[in-house]
Design a protein around this ligand. Structure first.
Ligand code: SAH
Length: 379
């Protein structure tokens, strides 16, 4: 295949045509219908896709040759026709509270972080959907990175493959929260493809009830999500009861305001038992007054929901403070007294800087070199 390559030399650009080999499709990037089609196109039987899914996701193999219920010949042709990749584990840190942070290296050398939170009461994997994030929320360290790139579905599911093996949880039940780096609805197609792959009965076979998607509320994507067949639990990063306050914290609020988000939540199809979670990062003096609590309770009162208060994980470069415990309790009590279910998110993994929304891998700007410093802040 001919590819145009720009070569820059002494300020002049030359266009050269080079011949490259078409990359082999990666089995880890294919959902089952796509894998069935790819197999059929190469003259193989579609049902092998089920076997391959079982090997990759249920048994955790990383080599096609280890798929021993496929014939030797088939394994050999698959190995020449397909790649099978997964992110590599670059670093692993364990907190005194059992939270574990995983630094994963992707095929292009970029890094992401995933977090394991044990006993909450379930086992929970906190997974990234992008390298960096474009949302630039005022209190979030990942937002400071800007968006480097979207993750592919295979890279999103790949985090689950790596963590499940590293933690020996492949055969156990665990939850997944899309609350790592990135805004899942800003990477809609790959995120949804990842959810379908995770739900596949021949793979991880995850019930969508065990998966929570957390979003700032990109409205068109939220409306689209409402029509999907695989429907995760929904968490909305609300953080303030008025457009004036929220606009300061979550820049995209200028486009999709508080009212519109609440209306979309009211229309969102919920199963009988499920509720929308509103996440609310508590910031001293910015959104933590009794009046804010009353406004919040009134705002979400018409939605089948619960409120999850997240006391800020303060960090250098973040221009906010965490409120005192008294202020946090007072806020929670006002919300609860008005009849809204409320919880305060417990601080996990602070000593290894692995907290929610606080994952950042520096030195990854699109133009930057590969020098790497991990400065994730826990809480
Ligand atoms: N982009 C998505 C998911 C990633 S962030 C979203 O915004 O929902 C997961 C949660 O962590 C969000 O509610 C986010 O607002 C919160 N968060 C970000 N920075 C934080 C901080 N410094 N302290 C506490 N929570 C934070």
């Amino acid at each position: 295949m001919g590819v145009l390559v720009d070569t820059w030399s002494l300020g002049k650009a030359y266009a050269t045509t080079v011949t490259t080999v078409e990359p082999r499709p990666d089995l880890a990037e294919l959902d089952r219908p796509a894998l069935e089609a790819a197999l059929e196109a190469r003259g193989h039987k579609r049902f092998h896709a089920r076997q391959i899914f079982r090997w990759i996701y249920k048994h955790g193999v990383t080599e096609i040759d280890a798929m021993t219920d496929l014939s030797r010949e088939l394994r050999a042709t698959l190995t020449s026709d397909f790649a099978l990749t997964r992110p590599t584990l670059a670093q692993r840190e364990t907190s005194v509270d059992g939270t574990e942070k995983f630094l994963l290296r992707l095929a292009d050398g970029r890094h992401i972080e995933s977090v394991f939170i044990p006993d909450t009461p379930a086992m929970t994997f906190c997974v990234s959907t992008q390298v960096g994030c474009a949302m630039a929320c005022a209190f979030c360290l990942t937002g400071k990175m800007g968006l480097v790139r979207n993750l592919t579905a295979g890279e999103i599911v790949g985090q689950v493959r790596v963590l499940a093996d590293a933690l020996n949880l492949r055969t156990k039940k665990f939850n997944i929260v899309l609350m790592g780096m990135g805004e899942p609805l800003h990477n809609y197609d790959e995120t949804m493809r990842a959810l379908r792959m995770l739900a596949d009965e021949h793979g991880f076979d995850m019930s969508a009830r065990r998966i929570t998607l957390s979003t700032v509320g990109l409205l068109p994507a939220l409306e689209r999500l409402a029509t999907e067949d695989v429907m995760p639990n929904l968490a909305i990063s609300l953080h303030a009861p008025t457009d004036l306050q929220r606009g300061e914290l979550v820049p995209i609020n200028k486009k999709y305001g508080v009212r519109d988000i609440i209306d979309a939540c009211k229309r969102f199809p919920l199963s009988r038992r499920s509720r929308i979670t509103f996440e609310y990062v508590l910031l001293a003096g910015a959104n933590d007054s009794p009046q804010d609590a009353r406004k919040l309770a009134k705002l979400v009162g018409g939605v089948k929901c619960k409120v999850n208060l997240i006391p800020l994980n303060a960090a250098p470069g973040i221009p906010f403070e965490r409120p005192s415990d008294e202020v946090i309790d007072r806020f929670a009590k006002i919300v609860a007294d008005s009849g809204v279910t409320v919880s305060v998110r417990k601080s996990r993994g602070r000593d290894i800087r692995a907290a929610c929304g606080q994952l950042i891998v520096e030195g990854q700007k699109p133009s930057a070199g590969q020098q790497l410093a991990v400065v994730a802040f826990g809480g």
